[in-house]
Design a protein around this ligand. Structure first.
Ligand SMILES: [Zn+2]
Ligand SMILES: [Zn+2]
Length: 341
């Protein structure tokens, strides 16, 4: 049996590069030689022990690479195609028929290793994926193309919020996901203000097209209302904190939308005045991961150069140095780091 190298979190604080079998291809499946795999906060939290899926954990769900083999009957991709890897769908269930395929039982099917191992398995030299989860990314460099998955989450959030040209929005948090949301809002013609307590991060955002920033470590409500009297049409909280969510509620225009984008660890309840929701006709929504259409759109944005993701990709490491990559990510607030097999 042929083997490949894969980075596996074996215990908290330890990533080992192991030789594991390259899975056989089943119907409609393709073998993708991974060009880059970025590390998400989910995997980083697993590494430091804040999130506890079972161990060993085979991380890696933000992937781009080259199709090198296809099973019989595969029609939509061929060897040599450069693709991003996204969700799959059955195409016939209620969720799929409504375009809400995140709810399809097959949506995350290829984000777990074949054979029942734990985790998506993209921190490896090869990954088996189904053809409907492969999205052509043209000539885009793999270390940016692998960001299609996190980008798709921002595309998803902005779409669910219904944000449109001429709207105003505040994004709390200038980490990778906050910055991605700000970039997507910006690209959609929304007047966006990015709020964070870290001036260095805001400087990076300003250098990359987000001209409106606000550095604030405490309550930013007054400053924001001074800039946007009456509030804004949309708020994205890309920090999972009660204080930030509460500020988000206070800066909404009537009919505005607050999007809870970040998960909270630990969970803290949020108090909302139901009469205010009733009278102001505001919406409070959540957003996490993406539908297939969002992944397709994100890949298209990268392929067409509609969005510059280079500020998000901070550093790359060879797959062999996965341990160093995880340690680097865990040592200080970072953007994305990718493993290159
Ligand atoms: Zn991710
Ligand atoms: Zn389905």
């Amino acid at each position: 049996m042929e083997t490949m190298k894969a980075a596996v979190i074996t215990e908290v604080g330890t990533v080992q590069v192991q030789d594991i079998p390259i899975p056989e291809l089943g119907p409609r499946e393709v073998l993708v030689k991974i060009g880059a795999a970025s590390i998400c906060s989910w995997e980083q939290r697993t590494f430091v022990g804040k999130q506890k899926p079972g161990l060993p954990f085979f991380g890696g769900h933000e992937n781009a690479g080259e199709v090198v083999a296809v099973a019989e009957g595969v029609r939509t991709v061929k060897p040599g195609d450069r693709v991003t890897l996204g969700p799959t769908q059955c195409g016939t269930c209620r969720a799929c028929l409504r375009g809400e395929d995140k709810g399809c039982p097959e949506h995350f099917q290829y984000f777990s290793l074949k054979g029942g191992d734990l985790g998506p398995g993209g921190f490896s030299e090869y990954k088996v994926h189904r053809e409907d989860g492969c999205f052509p990314v043209g000539d885009a460099p793999y270390e940016l193309a692998c960001l299609a998955e996190p980008l798709s989450c921002a595309v998803h959030a902005v779409r669910l919020m219904g944000m449109k040209e001429g709207d105003s929005a505040v994004v709390f948090g200038a980490g990778p996901m906050g910055l991605l949301n700000a970039l997507v809002l910006n690209a959609a013609g929304v007047d966006v203000l990015l709020v964070d307590m870290d001036e260095e991060r805001l400087e990076l955002a300003r250098a990359n097209g987000i001209s409106n920033t606000l550095c604030s470590s405490g309550d930013a409500v007054e400053d924001i209302l001074q800039r946007y009297p009456g509030g804004v049409d949309g708020v994205v909280t890309a920090i999972g904190s009660r204080a930030v969510n509460e500020q988000g509620l206070k800066i909404l225009q009537p009919r505005g939308t607050l999007c809870l984008f970040a998960s909270a660890h630990p969970v803290e309840p949020l108090e909302v005045d139901p009469n205010w929701v009733h009278n102001a006709e505001v919406r409070i929504i959540g957003a996490v991961s993406a539908d297939i259409s969002d992944h397709a759109r994100a890949t298209e944005m990268i392929r067409n150069g509609e969005i510059d993701l280079s500020p998000i990709m901070e550093k790359t490491y060879p797959l062999d140095q996965a341990q160093e990559a995880f340690e680097y990510l865990s040592a200080k607030p970072s953007y994305r780091v990718a493993l290159i097999p």
